[in-house]
Design a protein around this ligand. Structure first.
Ligand SMILES: [Zn+2]
Length: 130
């Protein structure tokens, strides 16, 4: 098993990869970046919170002007949190519907000279409507 590092520091690897946000202890606002004060209530205390790996598509854009087109998406996670990421495994725009259920998936984007893998994340549509 090669050494792995996440490409963003809010992606936690391990047995069950997931995203981790900082939650304002006063109002519950979630942030992925480190900040000194909450943008909503100016609270200054935060706790780490593991976010759900499941969510639904809020918005998406097909990015065609590159060699390998991809879908850039905004995903609303179950239980809170909104994240921008690529949608994985979608070749046909017809596959994408509003509120499509998706699940987090990690993948290697590259390996450095020492064999350490850089790990990114995206979201893959979940089979079937519920
Ligand atoms: Zn707050």
């Amino acid at each position: 098993m090669p050494q792995q590092i996440p490409v963003v520091d809010y992606l936690e690897l391990g047995d069950r990869p997931h995203l981790r946000a900082r939650e304002c202890t006063a109002c519950g606002a979630l942030y992925f970046d480190r900040r000194n004060a909450c943008a909503k209530c100016f609270g200054t205390e935060f706790t780490a919170r593991a976010l759900s790996n499941h969510g639904r598509l809020r918005a998406f854009t097909f990015v065609h002007r590159v060699k390998r087109p991809f879908v850039s998406a905004i995903v609303e996670l179950d239980g809170g949190g909104v994240v921008k990421a690529n949608l994985l495994g979608v070749e046909d725009p017809e596959q994408i519907t509003p509120r499509l259920p998706v699940v987090l998936e990690t993948y290697a984007v590259g390996t450095d000279d020492e064999g350490t893998e850089a790990i990114a994340f995206g979201y893959r549509p979940q089979g079937g409507e519920k």
